[in-house]
Design a protein around this ligand. Structure first.
Ligand code: GLA
Length: 402
């Protein structure tokens, strides 16, 4: 009996440790992160101003919750191994910053790395996982992005498990964002430890380019969409409430046209991706605010069943994506990747029915009402063909309801 109890006790410890908080990220996390616009040029002043604007711009109302520091917030470890912030840039410390962000009704995220050093050359968490997790918890951190630079021969699954276990041991609910760029297929094992995992290399704010950085490349919006929707990877099978594919943070409002920002945002919502804004909120235009806070489009991303879209039709530079939604509704996104405007003429009664194994939509049998979630207008029913102009690098997104 004694042995039996010991075995059960050991099992419970193993079972509890490494298990992520199941109540977090039921829908894709929303927030802001410093990296895409500021890289290492971050400070307490910038982060506080950003938190203020998340509230005043309506972003908080639209669902943006996490204010996330990326790389380069660090100072050094002290003689006992405790990590400290860069005192010049964060003179009052991360705890005071967390208190400020919490006082706004927002949450705060931080960044570390599974290796010796972060990608920016700051102290990584390797060997200090439990100590760092405890420190983050004592500061009031709510979200950890955990990178994969300088990891030598570490095994990804094990390294992320160690930090996941440390986060659980810290006893604070912390969203765990795995950032190993899809190299070790984290969609196969990441859901055990984290709430989201990067599926691609870094994003860059161009429509369809690739940018070389010596040993690695960053990818424009269309390149990332293609990786995320790659039939060989079947990533949509792995996304759902509490565990999301992460095609990287948003470039909305950065070096993209308004059409491109709208298309980028729509596709991220169709893909049930985390919506982590990456622009300078202090200088964003009215159009950027309108895109980032479009609640009808965000509702597609945040839909309760958490299904990632699939590519329904591929006509070359004209593509159609479909995303099953709760209560038998459906989001449909018409994308013009090309350089010239096109005329959409979509005959629902003559199209393929949708049956992705789990969700069925029969256009020959059922009629759906259509709502254009960018113009905020009802646009008829699927009884008639849908006809519309679609500019270059732009989208039309419809929400269908019986
Ligand atoms: C990696 C990540 C980026 C960013 C930088 C910071 O490249 O993929 O998102 O966090 O590191 O150095």
């Amino acid at each position: 009996m004694k042995h039996f109890i010991t075995v059960i006790a050991v099992f419970c410890v193993i079972h509890v440790y490494g298990q992520k908080d199941p109540n977090l990220a039921k829908t894709p996390p929303m927030g802001w992160n410093s990296w895409n616009s500021f890289a290492c040029d971050i400070s307490e002043k910038l982060i506080k101003e950003t938190a203020d604007i998340i509230v005043s711009s309506g972003m908080k109302d639209a669902g943006y919750l996490y204010v996330n520091l990326d790389d380069c917030w660090h100072g050094e470890r002290d003689s006992l191994g405790f990590i400290h912030e860069n005192k010049l840039h964060f003179p009052n410390g991360i705890k005071a910053l967390a208190d400020y962000i919490h006082s706004k009704g927002l949450k705060i995220g931080i960044y570390s790395d599974a290796g010796w050093k972060t990608c920016g050359g700051h102290p990584g968490s390797r060997g200090y996982e439990f100590q760092d997790a405890k420190t983050y918890a004592s500061w009031g951190i709510d979200y950890l992005k955990y990178d994969w630079c300088n990891t030598d021969s570490l095994i990804a699954d094990e390294a992320y498990k160690t930090m996941a276990t440390a986060l659980v041991a810290s006893k604070r609910p912390i969203v765990f964002s795995l950032c190993e760029w899809g190299d070790n297929k984290p969609w196969l094992w990441g859901a055990k430890y984290g709430h989201l995992w990067r599926t691609t290399g870094d994003i860059v704010d161009c429509w369809d380019c690739e940018l070389g950085h010596g040993s690695w490349m960053s990818n424009g919006i269309m390149k990332i969409v293609d990786m995320q929707m790659d039939m060989k990877r079947q990533l949509r099978n792995y996304a759902g409430p509490g565990h999301w594919n992460d095609p990287d943070m948003l470039e909305v409002g950065n070096r993209l046209t308004v059409s491109e920002s709208r298309a980028h945002f729509s596709l991220w919502c169709m893909m049930a991706s985390p919506l982590i804004a990456g622009n300078d909120l202090r200088t964003m235009t009215k159009e950027t605010v309108e895109i980032l806070t479009n609640k009808e489009v965000i509702a597609i991303d945040q839909d309760a069943i958490g299904v990632q879209c699939f590519k329904w039709f591929d006509f070359g530079s004209y593509e159609i994506y479909a995303k099953p939604l709760a209560d038998g509704e459906l989001a449909v996104c018409f994308l013009n990747r090309g350089e010239t405007p096109i005329k959409v003429n979509f005959d629902w009664s003559n199209t393929e029915n949708i049956n992705d194994g789990k969700y069925k939509y029969e256009f020959t049998k059922d009629t759906y009402k259509m709502r254009d979630v960018w113009s905020h207008k009802d646009v008829g029913t699927t009884a008639k063909s849908f006809i519309a102009d679609l500019p270059a690098h732009d989208v039309i997104v419809l929400r269908l309801k019986k």
